[in-house]
Write a protein that binds this ligand. Structure first.
Ligand SMILES: [Cu+2]
Length: 127
């Protein structure tokens, strides 16, 4: 008899505990504020990514003038993306990091290099 009562009390206590856990849990933050990010503004390549890996630049598609270009450096060492002429752009990208720069507003073919490694060359086509 007392054994059954004990079980009953335990069950009720467990129930209450569960209820408490429930009510405190549901009161928390509702919904994650995950915005759909990227405000895509339609047309072609307004942004591009240059990936540096093994001391080489990946080729990039032609980007629109003023595009945002992201440089992802997968090497352990820092590299730069430096325009060969005119100082059109010049960013230092730490090893394992990334940086962005704005493509020139004038159309053209912009050769660039890494100031640290003279054998590294690439070209950014703006058109
Ligand atoms: Cu480099």
């Amino acid at each position: 008899m007392s054994r059954r009562l004990g079980t009953l009390v335990a069950t009720v206590a467990l129930g209450l505990a569960t209820l408490a856990a429930c009510s405190s849990g549901s009161g928390g933050s509702e919904g994650s504020a995950s915005s759909g990010s990227s405000a895509s503004s339609g047309s072609s390549a307004h942004r591009a990514t240059v990936t540096i890996s093994g001391y080489e630049y990946s080729s990039t598609p032609t980007v629109a003038p003023g595009s945002t270009v992201t440089v992802v450096n997968k090497d352990q060492v820092a590299h730069t993306v430096t325009a060969d002429a005119g100082g059109a752009f010049d960013v230092v990208v730490p090893g394992g990091g990334s940086k962005t720069f704005t493509a020139p507003s004038k159309r053209g073919s912009y050769a660039y290099h890494c100031t640290y490694h003279s054998n590294m060359h690439g070209t950014l086509e703006v058109g």
